[in-house]
Design a protein around this ligand. Structure first.
Ligand code: ME8
Length: 526
């Protein structure tokens, strides 16, 4: 078992404010990072901003700002969003920082010296928003970008090229030997069929038509292609090119560290093909996993400013709380599949899972413990009824299943498992009928029921703590559980909770009125 994890999000373009799609990726990575920390791993979790390139340069011009001023302002908003979402990144890398620029220059020079990069001339169709060149066949008769479907422009310029075919056999070997390297499997097939089989062209890795980038020091007038620049963030943040830097040694070079890159389906080829090829050129180790998540759409298709269907996460967090937003993102769309954001589903998730199933279970449990046991959780007495037996078995198997799922980045599935446990615990109240046990003076069974309810709530709370970052503390407070119990250590054995004094608090998640809230969210789309 590896005891260290390095997890990264894509570094987003500060060309506009971030939307719910970006929040989706970063939140899911944060949930994973928190899970691993809960399991005792040492985690390094990185996010950042990809600040160079033609698109940013032209946006800044439009706004009458220098490129640096422009990105500085937008990046403030990135950091505010991550604060609001309680993202626990260990570092935030900006590609305009000196530490990064130094690494990009080094990488370019090294690949040039090795002969992996050569000077040539590029002619092709260029998509400015995607910063990508395409061939005649790829853009079709209408000359549209095959990725974003916007018009491309014909361009010819002197350019450096990266010799992709030099390391392709080694990369293919890596794919074959490491089935988990690129998942979900559909993404691997897509890469092989769309890019490898037709033949991977050499990649243009410098530009001369604009200047907002890392200069190629060997050739004035050239700047390093934004994708080399961007991908290098994953190592520059660790101190590369200083291979003796503490973080680099620990989180990249040490084979005991599991390196996981998470990215959206729109940028798979950069992470699964070009990045590993560059790393092979640099004689560096390849990541263990590239996990590709799906894209969130809106009902009317792709999110876009021009369609006016973009959702800003801030007002959602303000109105419904950070945990509701985080939970919705983690639970609604299976991590790895595409999804659709709808206000209706958002409200339903919060109401059904969080307010009804989870919040209500806590509320009912606390009320009964106050009523029947003066607010003190009875201690664990083993399995008194057959319902106790069943519930304990389910709790223990849920913990196991949850861990297996989480380790495979099946984050949504892991939370589905926890909510099955929550539902079964609600059902346990119906089965044991504590009010009848009280009426009939069956104190031992009643005490056991209260203890099982408290223990199951506790287990669910620990398992949900990577996503419900505020609620877990509230639940602990209401059940009188000390903070030190927020640890996986105590979950090995059933029945650790007992003897605490509970207290009634405000509901964890107030029930929302669907019509009003759906209207409210619809009005947020802009
Ligand atoms: O591509 N649904 O930056 P970017 C889900 N700078 N996730 C979405 C999404 C949506 N609708 N829209 C965006 C870049 N994302 C480069 C990355 S990395 C070395 C350089 C998420 O600002 C998703 O993770 O366009 C996607 O891959 C990423 O944002 C693209 O962000």
């Amino acid at each position: 078992m590896k005891k260290r994890v390095y997890i990264t999000t894509p570094i987003y373009y500060p060309s506009a404010k971030l939307h719910i799609g970006h929040a989706y990726c970063t939140t899911l990575c944060d949930v994973f990072a928190r899970y691993k920390r809960l399991m005792g791993y040492e985690v390094f979790f990185l996010t950042g901003s990809d600040e160079h390139g033609e698109k940013i340069e032209s946006k800044a011009k439009e706004a009458n700002k220098t490129s640096q001023q422009f990105v500085d302002e937008i990046v403030v908003g990135f950091k505010e969003l991550w604060d609001a979402l309680k993202i626990t990144n260990n570092d935030f890398i900006r590609t305009t920082e000196q530490r990064h620029i130094k690494a990009v220059s080094y990488v370019f020079s090294k690949l040039l010296q090795k002969g992996d990069i050569y000077l040539g001339n590029y002619e092709g169709w260029y998509c400015v928003p995607c910063e990508s060149f395409w061939t005649e066949t790829q853009t079709g008769d209408d000359h549209l970008c095959p990725d974003c479907h916007r018009p491309v422009e014909k361009k010819s310029e002197e350019s450096y090229f990266f010799n992709t075919n030099k390391y392709l056999p080694a990369l293919m070997k890596h794919f074959d030997e490491n089935p988990a390297f690129l998942t979900p499997i559909s993404r691997k097939n897509e890469m092989i069929n769309t890019f490898i089989k037709p033949g991977l062209a050499d990649l243009a890795v410098s530009r001369t038509s604009f200047s907002w980038g890392v200069p190629v020091k060997e050739k004035p007038g050239h700047v390093v292609y934004v994708w080399i620049d961007a991908l290098v963030n994953y190592i520059s943040a660790l101190g590369y090119p200083d291979e003796n830097a503490e973080k680099f040694k620990k989180f990249w070079n040490d084979k005991n560290t599991e390196i996981i890159h998470v990215c959206g389906a729109d940028i798979t080829r950069f992470h699964a093909l070009y990045w590993p090829l560059f790393l092979l050129g640099l004689d560096l180790r390849l990541p263990d996993r590239v996990f590709v998540h799906g894209l969130l759409m809106m009902k009317d298709g792709k999110m876009s400013k021009s369609k006016g269907n973009v959702i800003d996460p801030f007002p959602l967090i303000e109105r419904y709380g950070v945990d509701a937003v985080r939970y919705y993102l983690a639970r609604e769309t299976v991590f790895g599949s595409d999804g659709t954001f709808t206000p209706e589903q958002f409200i339903e998730r919060v109401n059904v899972d969080l307010a009804n199933d989870y919040g209500n279970l806590l509320h009912r449990t606390i009320s009964m413990i106050i009523k029947y046991f003066d607010g003190i959780i009875p201690t664990y007495q083993g399995q008194v009824t057959s319902f106790d037996n069943e519930l304990e078995e389910l709790a223990l198997s849920t913990i196991k299943e949850y861990r297996e799922q989480f380790d495979e980045l099946e984050i949504t599935e892991a939370f589905i498992s926890v909510f099955k446990l929550v539902s079964a615990t609600n059902k346990y109240i119906d089965n044991t009928e504590p009010w009848n046990l009280a009426k009939n003076g069956e104190t031992k069974a009643l005490a056991s029921a209260m203890n099982h309810l408290a223990n199951n709530l506790y287990i669910a709370a620990v398992l949900l703590s990577p996503v419900l970052v505020e609620t877990t503390k509230k639940l602990f407070t209401q059940l009188g559980i000390e903070e030190k119990f927020l640890s996986i250590e105590y979950l090995n054995k059933y029945g650790v909770i007992g003897g605490q004094k509970v207290s009634k608090g405000i509901p964890l998640f107030p029930r929302l009125k669907p019509e009003d809230e759906i209207e409210y969210i619809k009005n947020l789309m802009s």
